[in-house]
Design a protein around this ligand. Structure first.
Ligand code: SF4
Ligand code: FES
Length: 227
């Protein structure tokens, strides 16, 4: 297979971005965009982020042929044209080339006080399986940021925290922390989400955003009734 990998490069923050073409040839039918980038990075100073190469860490999130994807989960054979256009995520500041600064993801969780909150054994089960299922579903979030990239309502300076924050918050809303978190949830998620659910189509963890949103909203109503 022969492809031209066209990469949007940038030497550093604020520097002019430019496209550079790299020819890539491989015998591997299952080669991915990540496979090509590794080879290109070995012979140039290309910057990009990756770790597991198994769709498990979210590090290699980027835009390929205008779609937010994980590079290690994007087969080159699935890219239609001979030229594959690879760009950094656009809603995060570029550090260099395809490497972006996603610290806003952790900062938002910290601001909302939903970081490092795990369900404890003492919180136990509610007897319906609802809590366990929600906690399990939400814990699969990779914090990759692809949902923010595609979301028409998310922009970095805005109030809406996006689905990357909704997943961790769902764990708290399903448990004993619901009372503490509901104001933050209302302001940072509920009021900002336009329900386009574009995030659902790009989430590599396959999170059921629809279900999490409706469960969160239900948990919110339940807490309101109890007041
Ligand atoms: S919700 Fe999905 S797309 Fe968004 S950060 Fe988590 S894993 Fe990535
Ligand atoms: S490198 Fe971990 S998801 Fe791609």
């Amino acid at each position: 297979m022969k492809k031209t990998i066209r990469i949007l490069r940038q030497k550093g923050p604020g520097e002019k971005a430019y496209f550079e073409d790299f020819p890539y040839e491989t015998e591997q039918e299952n080669a991915t965009v990540a496979t090509a980038l590794m080879q290109i990075a070995a012979r140039t100073d290309l910057a990009w982020e990756h770790s597991c190469l198994q769709k498990k860490c979210g590090a290699c999130a980027m835009v390929v042929d205008q779609k937010p994807v994980l590079a290690c989960d994007t087969a080159l054979a699935s890219c239609k044209g001979e030229v594959v256009v690879v760009e950094p995520l656009k809603k995060f500041p570029v550090v260099k080339d395809l490497l972006v600064d996603r610290s806003i993801l952790a900062d938002t969780l910290q601001e909302m006080q939903v970081y490092a909150q795990e369900q404890t054994e003492e919180q136990g089960s509610d007897g319906t399986g609802y809590r366990e299922e929600t906690v399990y579903e939400a814990a699969r979030c990779l914090q990759c940021g692809l949902c923010l990239e595609i979301c028409p309502n998310y922009y970095p300076e805005g109030t809406f925290a996006g689905m990357a924050a909704m997943a961790p918050i769902a764990r708290l809303l399903a448990g004993e922390e619901a009372g503490r978190i509901k104001k933050t949830y209302t302001e940072r998620i509920y009021e900002g989400c336009g329900k386009s659910l574009a995030c659902r189509d790009v989430c590599p963890a396959g999170l059921d955003m629809d279900k999490l949103l409706s469960r969160n909203n239900k948990a919110l109503r339940r807490k309101k009734k109890r007041r």
